[in-house]
Write a protein that binds this ligand. Structure first.
Ligand SMILES: *Cc1c(COP(=O)(O)O)cnc(C)c1O
Length: 349
């Protein structure tokens, strides 16, 4: 069992008790004359602050994902949720977090920004997790463990038994970033919320949901944790345009299913085509909408692609990714373009 009270920082506990004493919320709807928030009465509908509990989006998501709206918090991109995890649970200069390596770089960035010590444990050479090694570097000041599955830049899903060992063996919060889970077709930890009171799962509208521009992230956790996020978030942090667009996307989700199907077929095609390129050493298997390819000379291929106006990520300086490029699965036409261009690539030496 986790003691959520004890895990939350003392200043956040104070904030929550302040919020509880001043719970005399005004009802804000078009039936009322609203002279309480210093808004301009003109330029409807954008003159008013947006809905602060995003009820409609949460209800749609809850139906779709088989959870209740109380298990959902919406953030300004999952980037904001990552930052909030630090601000809620980690005391600067005192606490630390533990993450896998390599992984998404945002966890480290927000650790530094919040003045929290960031420890990482190297994955094995097939990018798999060893729960015991991870738990061994935790101490009494470790508040969060960061897992990302499917992981970036490696693209693989973490071994489920090892993730379960981490969830059961750690008495702080385990955050599982499932930004790419729509591409894995495997069971997610989001579907197992009721089993793990210390788990936070992150999703985003930026990848499979094709809505990176609106900046919308989704946090799933048991209600006790979600309540803390609700109390801590700024008022009106999800803007009106984003909320409207999110509802539209949720109502047209059949397009999304179709896009995912195409992208998965394209992933298969791209991975086998890459594996047979002369400049490619090895392609790692992927459960995401990108794959990691080890090249004979990543920098030279990267420069060549840049020159042709094709952007990929050269992650050669990332741990375990020596000479690797990370390539996103594009449209059929874009994928055909990069493959065609790489067939004409000539090594520089
Ligand atoms: C893209 C990405 C994010 C950031 O998502 P936003 O919702 O766009 O802020 C977080 N985690 C991982 C693993 C990602 O790949």
């Amino acid at each position: 069992m986790i003691d959520l009270q004890k895990l939350v920082r003392t200043n956040i506990r104070e904030l929550i008790s302040c919020a509880e004493t001043k719970a005399e919320e005004n009802v804000r709807d078009s039936q009322h004359i609203m002279l309480d928030a210093n808004e301009n009465p003109y330029n409807k509908p954008f003159n008013r602050y947006p809905s602060d509990n995003q009820t409609e989006i949460k209800e749609e998501l809850a139906k779709l994902k088989g959870v209740t709206p109380k298990d959902i918090f919406l953030s300004n991109g999952s980037t904001e949720a990552i930052d909030m995890c630090y601000r809620i649970f980690c005391q600067p200069k005192v606490d630390n977090v533990v993450a896998i390596e390599p992984t998404c770089e945002l966890y480290k960035r927000y650790a530094i920004l919040n003045d929290i010590v960031y420890r990482s444990v190297l994955l094995d050479d097939s990018f798999q997790l060893n729960a015991t090694a991870l738990l061994n570097v935790c101490d009494k000041h470790t508040k969060l463990i960061w897992l990302c599955s499917p992981n970036s830049p490696s693209g693989n899903v973490l071994n489920v038994e090892e993730v379960e060992k981490v969830l059961k063996g750690f008495d702080g919060i385990v955050v599982i970033d499932e930004a790419y889970s729509d591409f894995s077709r495997l069971q997610t930890f989001r579907e197992r919320l009721s089993e793990f009171p210390n788990m936070i799962v992150l999703n985003t509208f930026s990848k499979a949901w094709a809505s990176a521009a609106i900046r919308l992230g989704v946090v799933y956790a048991q209600e006790a944790i979600i309540n803390v996020f609700n109390k801590v978030s700024g008022l009106y942090h999800i803007n009106q345009l984003t909320q409207e667009q999110a509802i539209d996307v949720l109502k047209h989700r059949y397009d999304i299913e179709d896009w995912i199907k195409i992208l998965l077929l394209e992933r298969k095609r791209m991975i086998s085509a890459f594996a047979s390129l002369a400049c490619c050493e090895k392609v790692y298997p992927s459960n995401a909408n990108f794959f990691l390819a080890q090249m004979k000379d990543a920098q030279s291929v990267y420069d060549y692609l840049c020159e042709k106006g094709i952007n990929v990520w050269n992650c050669s300086n990332v741990s375990l990714c020596d000479n690797c490029l990370r390539i996103t699965i594009g449209s059929k036409a874009e994928n055909a373009e990069i493959l065609g261009i790489l067939r004409y690539y000539k090594p520089t030496t």
